[in-house]
Design a protein around this ligand. Sequence first.
Ligand SMILES: NC(=O)c1ccc[n+]([C@@H]2O[C@H](COP(=O)([O-])OP(=O)(O)OC[C@H]3O[C@@H](n4cnc5c(N)ncnc54)[C@H](OP(=O)(O)O)[C@@H]3O)[C@@H](O)[C@H]2O)c1
Length: 315
Amino acid sequence: MRTVQLGTTGIQVSALAFGCMSLTTARRDAGIAAVQRAFALGINFFDTADVYGRGESEEILGEALAAGGIPRDQVVLASKCGIVFQGMEPNYAYKAYDLSPRYIKTSCEASLRRLGADYLDLYQPHRIDYLTHPEETARALEDLQAEGKIRHAGVSNHSVDEIRALSAYIRLESLQTQFSLLHLEPLETGLAAICLEKRMSLLCWSPLHKAVLAGQSSGAHDDWQQQREVGAVSQLQAMAQTYGVSASQLALAWLMQLPGGVIPLVGTANPDHIAEAAAAAEITLARDDWYELMVIGRGRPMPWSQRPYLYIQVR
Ligand SMILES: NC(=O)c1ccc[n+]([C@@H]2O[C@H](COP(=O)([O-])OP(=O)(O)OC[C@H]3O[C@@H](n4cnc5c(N)ncnc54)[C@H](OP(=O)(O)O)[C@@H]3O)[C@@H](O)[C@H]2O)c1
């Protein structure tokens, strides 16, 4: 498995990471097998969060690593904090965010307990908390670093300006944000650019657009949205055939080809699916095909010109 550097940390992580949101009790055994298969295939980077399955994801990830005899120093563990648990009742909702020092420290210790780990390699405020000054959040993260509980800090779901504000107080090594062929905002809003400016890794959540880019229907409520997705995926599948790969592999390869360490977080609890994803790290797209896929994902020409290539028509 190809590796890339995580931000400026010197830590080498696999070109794609295992997203642990699907590790829940309902899929425990398959999820454990998927984590162990991922590691065997060279995936050493695992992303979880305290709120995934209300803690179950961290517990199952910890269990999978321990049961597989996988040494702690051979994996890079990332977790998140800041989305407040609002209670355990059915249909509960997350309503508040908290990045205050007290909340962050308590959350981190609870995550370490659930994972059965002494430290996290990467700790990420999950969403912005408007009620905490970024200097306070930074201080809490630095305290955790000084205590050896986290090695590095990143952020999740922060805007360009919010990244600038927190970066003024602490070194951020990564941004985690939604990014896929069907969700191109990071390229359009400056998020990808600020990661290059600050040498932060860009971790892409829902890189398969929640399985749509693997050919499953999103169940989108709007007809136009479903039609757009079906149209884009059928064009993706046509190109995937010419490469002899699957549509999902091509969609992941498209992300990984961006400069600066763009790392898809592939969400699965299926060992075969993570193996399929791992193989995508070996695919290199021709430059014109890469742009053609961008046009397909956008569903309209590039902003500065007409449709640059006519891939489907000419091949
Ligand atoms: N920071 C945030 O706010 C945030 C938000 C969402 C997600 N995330 C992170 O991003 C990760 C991935 O996100 P995600 O799960 O929403 O999206 P995703 O990776 O785009 O899609 C996951 C879905 O695709 C399916 N899938 C994967 N490979 C497949 C294949 N080869 N063929 C068919 N289906 C396939 C999975 O089903 P199977 O399980 O059956 O494979 C699952 O239903 C999460 O685990 C989490 O780490 C972060």
